[in-house]
Write a protein that binds this ligand. Structure first.
Ligand SMILES: [Zn+2]
Ligand SMILES: [Zn+2]
Length: 340
């Protein structure tokens, strides 16, 4: 229908917003819009307090493999440890990734590393941890990243966090996971390509452009310090999606300074705390998107963390199209979270 023949009084019931990095679309359903308060987690808690049988509280009791990294408190007790997952999705069988054909199919061995990053406290989730504790966790990300990035067969290192049953967390004890794998995932490929294309068209990094605009508009920034900004992205894929971005252009997470580990701890902590208190401890996932470590240069990319609360279940439309229908405006989500 041409624009001119539209009834000017008919209300717009939804918006299709495009992610300018990946080209993906999302639907923001204004007519179905709900108050931010309605997204609160209805469950009593997301934490099971069964410390006695927790494999992460007592890794030595559970034939856990040797730590690859351990941090200690002033009293000599451990504060954070990193060890290989007992049930890895990828294993280090060899340094060579063999691949072969199987009829019309193609298969590659699941060679790689799968490690668990475990802070000490069983019942203190990331939204309750101090800046120092979060900075230590971020330091462990950097340290493990630097150790694994140059190994043969490792082309990408993905660090993720699952919290709550709906987000696929199998252990209630807070932890992150590191996957060092031979392939670069389609989601990251899209962002790399999008950053490259945007740079060619506009002569600037797309994430830097976004930050510049968000600062000017000041509708979707929920927290910032000297080095990091926390925003609800314009084309949020889920209600209350949050990104944590370095303010200065930087493609490679592993180059983070110790000072910025603290500032990232503060920014990530703020994001997690706002979700924890604002939405009553919702299930969520976050992951670190940084440039691949495959020996090529990715100067136009800009590393960041994406946090996706699990407030809805993907139904047929979402599965069929990859487009999520979000029932809260990112601007309203930002306003709500900013106040917390
Ligand atoms: Zn535990
Ligand atoms: Zn940038």
């Amino acid at each position: 229908m041409p624009l001119s023949s539209q009834n000017k009084n008919s209300p717009i019931i939804s918006e299709l917003r495009q992610d300018i990095i990946t080209g993906d679309w999302v639907v923001i359903a204004k007519a179905r819009a709900q108050k931010p308060e309605n997204f609160k987690n209805p469950e009593e808690k997301n934490v099971i307090l069964d410390k006695d049988n927790c494999p992460f509280c007592f890794p030595e009791k559970t034939e856990q493999k040797k730590d690859t990294l351990i941090y200690y408190r002033d009293d000599g007790e451990w504060s954070l440890r990193v060890f290989p997952n007992k049930f890895p999705a990828f294993t280090r069988e060899s340094n060579i990734v063999r691949h072969y054909e199987e009829g019309p199919y193609f298969v590659m061995e699941g060679v790689g590393y799968h490690e668990l990053i475990v802070p000490r406290e069983h019942d203190k989730n990331l939204g309750q941890m101090s800046v120092e504790e979060l900075a230590e966790m971020i330091d462990s990300f950097r340290s493990r990243y630097l150790d694994l990035m140059n190994r043969k067969s490792v082309n990408y290192i993905m660090i993720i966090h699952n919290h709550g049953k709906k987000a696929g967390a199998s252990q209630p004890h807070p932890h992150c996971q590191l996957f060092a794998i031979p392939v670069v995932s389609p989601g990251v490929q899209l962002e790399l390509k999008g950053s490259e294309n945007y740079y060619k068209a506009h002569g600037q990094c797309v994430y830097c452009s976004i930050l510049e605009w968000e600062k000017k508009e000041n509708k979707r920034i929920i927290f910032e310090n000297d080095a990091f900004a926390v925003i609800t992205p314009y084309a949020s894929r889920t209600a209350f999606e949050i990104w944590v971005l370095p303010k200065k252009h930087e493609p490679y997470f592993e180059k983070i300074s110790s000072k910025n580990e603290f500032l990232l701890g503060e920014a990530l902590g703020q994001a997690m705390r706002k979700l924890f208190f604002g939405l009553n401890n919702p299930s969520l996932n976050f992951y670190l998107h940084t440039a691949p470590c495959d020996g090529r240069e990715y100067d136009r990319y800009h590393w960041h963390i994406e946090i996706l609360p699990r407030t809805s279940i993907w139904a047929g439309f979402e599965m069929a199209t990859g487009i999520e229908v979000s029932a809260v405006m990112p601007e309203d989500a930002a306003e709500f979270l900013k106040k917390i």
